[in-house]
Ligand binder design. Sequence first.
Ligand code: HSE
Length: 292
Amino acid sequence: MVTVRAPATSANLGSGFDVFGLALAGPADVVHVEPADETTITVTGVGSQYIPTDPADNTAGVVASALDAPAHITIDKGVRPSSGLGSSAASAAATAVALDALYDLGHDSETLVRAAAEGEAVVSGEAHADNVAPAILGGFTIVTGEGITTIDSSLALVACLPETVVSTRDARRVVPVDASMDALVETVGAAATLTAGMARDDPVLVGRGMRDSVVTPERAELIAGYDDVRDAALEAGATGVTISGAGPAMLAVCYPTDRRAVASAMLDAFDAVGVESRAYQTRVGAGATVYD
Ligand code: HSE
């Protein structure tokens, strides 16, 4: 039996739509795999009642099929589904790494990312690697058609997750089909600034680079209290705030000394609009880890 922990992720970060991803130190999913002739899936933990256990409909089952590695798979969910925190990606990434270790497949990490992205497609409808790449590799990742670039970082983060649910499919329906040249210029500037900030571990640059006027405003409409929560986080010391992935989780970057105040401000602001939420005081973290 092999056990692997894979973390929650944020992908996108305001800018970097479908390109940028970030591994969070927590929360995480834990996946156990045992050799079998046919794949079976058991799911426990947060939101497990909403996750299909038929291998054909489950991210982990699709990964097992993509790797031609049937197994008894047990998923202990720490990342709530439909949160914007890469829930299905965490399960898919952990499963890919666990099966690789279980059967000594020897795949390189890009192959595992591709297999995990196939699992992700079951949930989102498209095979995105922007969540599974950081879930496997850790740190900050840039995924393009040409490959994956990673930058290590230890930036302090707060992810605040309201009790509401936004599916990735619904959040993709509100993405504009085109954008102006002005928006393109702004987006390139923000993405470049964010990347430089990650390389320098500079929360001010990263926060500035989270700006996005194309996708984020449309998706913010799906999150009750978005503007109030963002303003409260900034007031409490966050250097940048945006939607985590497709939402509804919101992600703030800050100095470590401001993390507690930022988390508390975000919780209070959601509470003030009648929405319960929970905050993860975290940082950029490692990718999938095999337990002994
Ligand atoms: N980047 C995707 C989105 C998340 O924002 O829709 C799923 O990969």
